[in-house]
Design a protein around this ligand. Structure first.
Ligand code: HEM
Length: 473
């Protein structure tokens, strides 16, 4: 009883901590997160405010749920909040967090992030893979055309397209076999799993007993064997054509040149490639799927987009990447899709590296931080009719998703912001523009669209989008 009493009573320290919901011994507030943590945290913030301190197991977690709170963390004090917490499963999957997304803030992260920003994902590099996107988009359109008006599973086609684009850009060829797809699925599932040991270190044995750690070791080993073969093939290949270089070639070249005083070890290269897969495929396909789904539910928006693509396409066989910048409504559709269906609703957890005062509250060094970007994007004090899909709201608005407008944060912001925005959005825009340009789509076999979400780090649509597609005359 004494232990319980001390857990429920507020802290005795003279620190001014943010408001906290009552917690249980050992598990803290874990039991309150349910299957949809972003929704549960949004509801809690209505009682405890936009900056609240919860406890996941024994770990203190600061949750930000307003534009101001997010801005304080990701802009004003970005440096102090630029680290990542240590999490057991990513540690196994990303070569002891030698990747970008999960590595702690410091010199190593700075070096690998700058390799990604300047060499792997720069605008110029992304443009150089236009032929890959064109190929995959054309193949997908052809598959839809061949279905000849019968039911087509668009979600499956989107997954396969994004996987192929990422594989070809990163590894030089598509790996379409069931085995590779299954490996990627298991990898993503593990990333979304809750590891007890990460939040209650004394109960790490639960992860061993439940088989979670064994599963993570197995997937990490299988991915490593796959990447070893890929690296060997790249080291031994004779083709030195600059145009056909993929991301593995570029990383190996970087390793060979090594004139910047930073040695890129083999494990680091593998960790960076795993990052591109895990950060790049699921998120990209999810945002394409949700935008398409909302268009299918909103015929007026679909009609307006069709009008725009037809005006730009003018009867040419397809919409090209050069056309995309002339399509404000297409861009507005994606912004609105990302607003309502933020693929990573809580972004990627951060960790503070110094004691700091935030909105008058004392935040201790080592506090984990979650930004509820999903809740901010539906905040009625910021957005008019926030639950409605209304792309027009972006037509005369400067708000963008690149990390400068804290009301719309699907890619995060600041030092830790996503370096893959261009990579993801050009493929998404190209596919959706052509889909709408070439076909009239109608939902198959459903009264209305099922909007249920999956649980996990990325929030997908639970049921696939199945349509019949009639070629436009
Ligand atoms: C629609 C697609 C995507 C979404 C919604 C998305 C979202 C995000 C978010 C929310 C973060 C964390 C930001 C933060 O902590 O402030 C992130 C980080 C990251 N993303 Fe993306 N991403 C997408 C596509 C991509 C692609 C295509 C790639 C690479 C090919 C990529 C690579 C990364 C990497 C490496 C990081 C870690 C950055 C760091 O920790 O410094 N992402 N992304």
């Amino acid at each position: 009883l004494l232990i319980l009493k001390s857990s429920f009573s507020s802290t005795k320290s003279n620190k001014n901590l943010p408001p906290s919901p009552p917690k249980l011994p050992l598990i803290g507030n874990l039991h309150q997160l349910g299957s949809s943590p972003h929704r549960a945290l949004q509801a809690m913030a209505q009682t405890y405010g936009p900056l609240m301190l919860i406890h996941l197991g024994t770990v203190p977690v600061l949750v930000a749920s307003s534009v101001d709170a997010a801005k304080e963390i990701m802009k004003t004090h970005d440096l102090i909040f630029s680290s990542r917490p240590h999490l057991n499963i990513p540690d196994k999957l990303f070569y002891a967090c030698k990747d970008i997304a999960f590595s702690k803030y410091g010199e190593y992260w700075r070096q690998v992030k700058s390799i990604a920003v300047l060499h792997l994902l720069s605008n110029k590099r992304v443009q150089s893979y236009q032929h890959v996107r064109d190929d995959e988009m054309t193949t997908m359109m052809e598959k839809i055309r061949r279905a000849n008006g019968s039911a087509v599973n668009l979600s499956e086609l989107f997954i396969s397209l994004t996987n192929n684009v990422v594989c070809r850009v990163a590894l030089g060829k598509a790996y379409e076999g069931r085995k590779f797809k299954n490996l990627l699925d298991r990898f993503m599932e593990l990333l979304g799993c809750f590891s007890v040991g990460s939040y209650i270190p004394s109960l790490r044995w639960v992860d061993r007993l439940s088989g979670l750690e064994r599963k993570a070791d197995k997937v990490a080993k299988e991915f490593d064997e796959f990447l070893e073969v890929v690296l060997d093939e790249h080291v031994n290949k004779n083709d030195t054509c600059v145009e056909s270089r993929d991301l593995v070639d570029i990383l190996l070249e970087f390793q060979r040149d090594n004139d910047k005083g930073f040695r890129l070890e083999r494990d680091m290269i593998k960790a960076l490639i795993v990052d591109i897969f895990s950060a790049g495929t699921d998120t990209t396909f999810t945002s394409l799927e949700w935008a398409t789904c909302e268009l299918l539910r909103h015929p007026r928006a679909m009609k307006q987009l069709k009008k725009e693509v037809n005006e730009i396409g003018q009867g040419r066989p397809m919409i090209t990447e050069d056309d995309l910048d002339k399509m404000p409504y297409l861009k507005a559709v994606f912004k609105e899709g990302l607003r309502l269906h933020t693929p990573l609703p809580l972004l990627v957890p951060r960790e503070s590296t110094e004691d700091i005062k935030l909105h008058g509250y004392d935040i201790q060094s080592g506090t984990q931080v979650l930004i509820n970007a999903w809740a901010i994007a539906r905040d009625p004090s910021v957005w008019e009719e926030p639950e409605e899909f209304r792309p027009d709201r972006f037509l005369n608005s400067p708000i963008d998703y690149k990390g400068f407008h804290f009301e719309l944060l699907p890619f995060g912001a600041g030092r830790r912001g996503c370096p893959g925005i261009q990579f993801a959005m050009v493929v998404n825009e190209l596919v959706l523009a052509n889909l709408v340009y070439k076909f009239d789509l109608a939902l198959v076999g459903e009264e209305g669209m099922d909007m249920s979400e999956t649980n996990g780090i990325t929030v997908h649509k639970k049921c696939p989008i199945v349509v019949s597609a009639t070629p436009c005359s």
